[in-house]
Design a protein around this ligand. Structure first.
Ligand SMILES: *[C@@H]1O[C@H](CO)[C@@H](O)[C@H](O)[C@H]1NC(C)=O
Ligand SMILES: *[C@@H]1O[C@H](CO)[C@@H](O)[C@H](O)[C@H]1NC(C)=O
Ligand SMILES: *[C@@H]1O[C@H](CO)[C@@H](O)[C@H](O)[C@H]1NC(C)=O
Ligand SMILES: *[C@@H]1O[C@H](CO)[C@@H](O)[C@H](O)[C@H]1NC(C)=O
Length: 185
């Protein structure tokens, strides 16, 4: 009898430990899963799911290696927004279009993004509110062939805005209100 009690005690102990062990395992698995979702879903501009996100992008080739990406700017998209980093997974990007859907949502050219897209050939902005294109905004972007800035409320062009762009052949500045062009020299 005593032996039996002892055995069942051991059994219970074993059960308890295994219960704890498996629940611990389950917890760490959920944690891993959460981490993975965060990593894969949030760093890719072609995979934005949040309702609150300031932009939404359409990509021509699924999640990776899209060459043509068109983004809608839906609400105020700050220069410091971490979502600008979500373009990093699209290294093959050749044509990028930003269409601003809500007035005032984009009032600067994201030059920090453009510097990182080494294969970008065509960049298009629609309905931005840029007012002034600062010096060096597009400078040294040697892969860019075409810039379409038609209709972005541009009033002033600074010197060196398009400085050193080896492959640039086409700039569209239609439908702006440029009254000042600050020239080099
Ligand atoms: C993306 O392109 C790179 C280089 O061309 C290639 O090594 C990689 O396998 C591609 N990734 C996907 C998911 O297609
Ligand atoms: C400029 O265009 C040429 C011809 O299309 C291309 O071979 C070259 O890689 C381009 N330069 C850059 C920096 O992308
Ligand atoms: C530039 O953008 C304007 C307005 O979005 C469009 O009408 C025009 O066709 C575009 N031009 C090029 C060369 O992409
Ligand atoms: C642009 O040109 C003006 C007038 O020549 C000059 O004073 C200014 O320093 C220039 N800006 C830059 C960024 O070089």
């Amino acid at each position: 009898m005593r032996q039996f009690l002892y055995n069942s005690f051991i059994l219970e102990l074993l059960l308890l430990t295994s219960l704890f062990a498996s629940s611990g395992l389950a917890m760490s698995k959920t944690r891993d899963k959460k981490k993975n979702i965060k990593e894969t879903k949030e760093v890719n501009i072609c995979d934005i799911l949040g309702q609150q996100a300031p932009i939404y992008c359409y990509c021509n080739d699924g999640l990776h290696n899209s060459s043509v990406v068109s983004c809608l700017v839906l609400s105020k998209f700050e220069r410091s927004d971490p979502m600008w980093n979500y373009f990093k997974s699209q290294t093959q990007l050749e044509k990028l279009t930003f269409t601003v859907r809500q007035l005032d949502s984009l009032d600067y050219v994201p030059d920090h993004l453009l510097q990182n897209l080494k294969n970008l050939r065509i960049i298009v902005f629609q309905h931005g509110k840029f007012h002034k294109l600062a010096s060096y905004t597009f400078s040294n972007l040697n892969s860019i062939v075409e810039i379409n800035l038609s209709g972005n409320m541009i009033v002033e062009l600074s010197n060196y805005t398009f400085e050193t762009m080896q492959n640039l052949t086409f700039i569209n500045l239609d439908y702006n209100r440029i009254f000042e062009i600050i020239r080099y020299g």
